[in-house]
Ligand binder design. Structure first.
Ligand SMILES: NC(=O)c1ccc[n+]([C@@H]2O[C@H](COP(=O)([O-])OP(=O)(O)OC[C@H]3O[C@@H](n4cnc5c(N)ncnc54)[C@H](OP(=O)(O)O)[C@@H]3O)[C@@H](O)[C@H]2O)c1
Length: 466
């Protein structure tokens, strides 16, 4: 009898299985395409406590009770299909975990569908990609506490470890785990776009080579901007394409792909009524990148009147560093505000400080900034909007001139800087007492009799405008 079963031997599943076995647990594995299972046990898993099964019945028969099964299959229908196949063979108290990038409302639905069967269910976000899965990912399990308790030992051990502890914690009720993973990815899109915009300015304004940009990124990575994404970015800048002898980054087509988690984050933000323009801008940046043909044609039709470079290189590099810190903080503040709001609406009961702790290792958005954010959350638990905190405000104000300078330079050079610009406009909106929404209210009342409120007395008013 084995300790745990894993279904889905793709990039992630194989490495999670190896990780679990490396921590001293026995693992049963099953994959839809049996050849992949054979290859796995005869190669990477050879000599490990990993056992292959080629039909669901014998796979389930190999598991010690209560059975624990981790699904690492493609999100969506494959998860529903696998649950359907497993159910007839499972008993009350057995546990199914979905470790894929599932849209959290799907997890809510599955939990509700399984309620009557007595089968326990966990929706677990996993971050860290291929190497994280093998060496220690950040794990975001959500569902019933009873379900979590069944696998806590294993999860705590296979997760990344930092000086703050294991990068796994019980996230909360229902689909809280998949919700938090979705938000993680939304913030990830933003951080990636922010770095890409800085890269664009460094190459187009300062005319730095990829190698020189790598040097700048490496230096930043040694300071406040330390993060996994900064680290891989400097390594990317130095990588050379063997075929052409050029930096690899320069031969990659500028069309960014996406799998939907960023879009879901923005959709969730819009539904919750929490402003998240920078998270949204990052998704829009990828969508815009896709229109290569239009962009190429249009770029040849307009004359870009560049201003003469009269900038101080060192100052720009310092301002870019500050602008990235500013936009990263805004991205996190937008994401964490959505987290607080959705947690309240859905009774997820998410402990945001704990989430920040498990994001410190293993995951794609691990960054030094998380310590600062955690300090703020811990001292200011009531503030869903981090900008209400004095330390946050000071952090942003200290960098404001740099962000203004960078966004102005970007404009001078016709360089789009969606995340940096929206971060600045978000900040300006948040610190502005008088927005022009009074005119919008007047327009709405003019054409639709939608009424408005006044600043000088209570009540709802309508004007006959002409
Ligand atoms: N890659 C990452 O960095 C990463 C990070 C975090 C989370 N995730 C999530 O983890 C999950 C697995 O990702 P992956 O990168 O390992 O994917 P992958 O390499 O594409 O593997 C997909 C797995 O799903 C199985 N599968 C597909 N359709 C199926 C079906 N109808 N029924 C049963 N099994 C089916 C495949 O089986 P066959 O071999 O038979 O086709 C394969 O084992 C996804 O939800 C993904 O979004 C990925």
């Amino acid at each position: 009898m084995t300790d745990i079963g894993l279904i889905g031997l793709g990039v992630m599943g194989k490495n999670i299985a190896l990780n679990i076995a490396n921590k001293g647990y026995s693992v049963s594995v099953y994959n839809k395409t049996s050849q992949k299972t054979k290859n796995f046990v005869n190669n990477e898993a050879k000599g490990k406590d990993i056992h292959a099964y080629y039909d669901i019945e014998s796979f389930i028969g190999s598991l010690s009770k209560p059975r624990k099964i981790l699904l690492m299959v493609k999100a969506g229908e494959p998860v529903d299909n696998m649950i359907k196949k497993l159910l007839p063979h499972l008993d009350k108290g057995d546990l199914i975990m979905d470790g894929g990038n599932t849209y959290y409302p799907d997890t809510t639905r599955r939990i509700n569908e399984l309620k009557e069967t007595g089968i326990l269910y966990l929706g677990m976000g996993i971050s860290g990609g291929e190497s994280g899965a093998l060496n220690g990912p950040s794990l975001m399990p959500g569902g019933s506490r009873e379900a979590y308790d069944l696998v806590e030992d294993i999860l705590l051990k296979i997760a990344a470890q930092t000086e703050a502890g294991s990068c796994c914690t019980y996230i909360g009720n229902g689909s809280a785990g998949h919700f938090v993973k979705m938000l993680h990815n939304g913030i990830e899109y933003g951080m990636m776009q922010g770095i890409a915009e800085v890269y664009d300015i460094l190459r187009k304004v300062l005319k730095l080579s990829a190698k020189e940009i790598g040097d700048v990124f490496e230096k930043w990575n040694g300071g406040e901007l330390n993060s996994f994404l900064m680290e891989i970015s400097y390594k990317i800048m130095r990588h050379m394409d063997e075929e052409t002898g050029k930096p690899t980054v320069e031969i990659i087509l500028d069309k960014a792909g996406q799998k939907g988690t960023g879009k879901w984050t923005v959709q969730t933000a819009l539904d919750s009524g929490i402003p998240a323009p920078s998270l949204s801008a990052a998704v829009e940046g990828r969508i815009l990148s896709y229109f290569k043909e239009d962009r190429t044609n249009l770029s040849r039709k307009i004359i870009k009147k560049h201003v003469e470079t009269k900038y101080d290189k060192e100052k720009i590099i310092k301002d870019l560093e500050n602008s990235l810190l500013f936009s990263n903080l805004i991205l996190f503040s937008q994401g964490l505000w959505i987290m607080a709001e959705i947690s309240k609406i859905n009774d997820f009961d998410i402990n945001i400080s704990e989430v920040l702790k498990i994001w410190k290792g293993g995951c794609i958005i691990r960054a030094k900034m998380l310590d600062f954010l955690r300090e703020i959350i811990d001292e200011d638990k009531q503030n869903a909007n981090l900008l209400n905190n004095e330390k946050t405000l000071k952090f942003l104000m200290d960098k404001l001139d740099s962000v203004k300078n960078i966004t102005n330079i970007a404009k001078d050079f016709y360089i789009p800087a969606l995340v940096h610009n929206t971060a600045l406009d978000y900040f300006f909106s948040m610190v502005e007492e008088n927005l022009p929404a009074n005119l919008i209210q007047a327009q709405r009342d003019f054409f639709g009799a939608h009424t408005y409120m006044r600043i000088d007395k209570d009540g709802v008013f309508h004007t006959i405008w002409e």
